[in-house]
Ligand binder design. Structure first.
Ligand code: B12
Ligand code: SF4
Ligand code: SF4
Length: 275
């Protein structure tokens, strides 16, 4: 199968699925019924044998808890990574009050992630119907958001997943990390990722970068925006401070939460920033 068929299938699903819109029954305020969550995705491909995947097992990168493509799918040949950028309406709403997330952003975090799970299941079935054995880690029962505990620069604990979507997207050629630790793509930083591991062979994409922070211009806007000073020019992002703030938001809006002030009103919001 030509990889453009896969790209078209993911793009069409995003453009036409009713799951990419907030339903009236769950809207956090009536005007949010029908809110569109994501614009057209960016899609990247990597070879399952890319030696970069082995590197992720190193303690200084992710650690041994990271599961290799072949540990998820023993016949893995290709990784497909998808970046779904938030719509302008979601991004702009999160700029009104820079101390607290907008209800639109909370929908983007929670219903946006549900949409990514649905897309992963849909594309997994599509590939399997075409004869390709496929695993989507984020909807697989081995997936763990908290598979390992690490200590950050403030000496506080934080968790890492056994499948890091940003590191995988980096290998698939979708972008590089920023000071805020989000991954900056050609459609910006404000959005979410999903991925699939298949035994179909699709030509890998070329990475247009060599350094892990290459796209970040260190403008410092994410440092100024963060309501809890979790990001500094000297140390980058301190995960535990961010996590504490997300817990506070969860207390008020449960089961919704999110923040994302480091992803809006920044020079990397909608694309690769100018140096
Ligand atoms: C746990 C988690 C968190 C924790 C943070 C702890 C952590 N470990 O990252 C908390 C709860 C605080 C958090 C917060 C947020 N998160 Co979060 N989170 C995750 C999760 C579940 C796992 C992340 C993980 O395992 N990281 C692993 C560690 C090792 O990553 P790291 O420390 O950043 O890695 C560094 C090292 O590897 C280093 N490095 C050193 N040497 C080398 C060499 C090489 C070759 C490489 C590649 C790297 C490298 O570079 C990296 C960057 O500095 C992912 C989903 C997933 N399964 O991937 C989402 C995810 C990272 N989160 C996401 C988002 C959007 C958020 C929030 C904005 C929340 C919100 N929606 O409002 C905030 C802020 C994030 C920010 N500023 O980046 C998105 C990122 C989107 C993007 N554009 O990058 C993800 C991918 C979810 C998704 N499905 O899209 N998150
Ligand atoms: S806001 Fe500026 S410093 Fe922060 S990640 Fe984006 S480009 Fe880098
Ligand atoms: S680092 Fe965390 S707390 Fe700070 S702006 Fe980003 S999401 Fe919000």
């Amino acid at each position: 199968m030509n990889k453009n068929i896969v790209i078209d299938e993911i793009t069409n699903y995003t453009n036409t699925s009713e799951n990419n819109y907030i339903k009236k029954q769950i809207a956090l305020k009536p005007e949010l019924a029908g809110l569109k969550i994501f614009d057209e995705p960016l899609i990247g491909f990597a070879n399952a044998d890319d030696t970069f995947f082995d590197k992720l097992k190193e303690d200084t990168i992710i650690g041994n808890n990271f599961m290799l493509p072949k540990e998820w799918n023993n016949d893995a040949k290709t990784i497909i990574s998808m970046f779904f950028p938030f719509t302008k309406r979601i991004k702009n709403a999160n700029k009104d009050n820079m101390d607290w997330p907008s209800l639109e952003w909370l929908h983007g975090r929670i219903e946006g992630q549900s949409f990514i799970h649905e897309t992963c299941n849909y594309i997994k079935t599509f590939l399997e119907n075409n004869g390709y054995k496929t695993v989507a880690p984020c909807v697989d029962n081995r997936f763990s958001l908290k598979s390992s505990v690490t200590i950050d620069k403030k000496n506080e604990k934080y968790y890492t997943s056994n499948w890091s979507e940003r590191h995988v997207a980096y290998i698939c050629g979708l972008g590089t990390f920023g000071l805020s630790k989000g991954l900056i793509t050609s459609k910006g930083i404000a959005g979410r990722f999903g991925s699939l591991i298949t035994n179909g062979y699709f030509e890998p994409d070329k990475r247009n970068y060599t350094e892990i922070y290459e796209y970040c211009n260190v403008c410092g806007k994410c440092v100024k925006n963060c309501p809890v000073h979790a990001i500094t020019l000297e140390h980058g992002k301190i995960h535990s401070l961010c996590n504490e703030f997300l817990d506070l938001i969860r207390e008020k809006h449960k089961p919704w939460y999110g923040c994302g002030k480091c992803q809006v009103n920044v020079s990397c919001e909608n694309g690769i920033p100018k140096k």
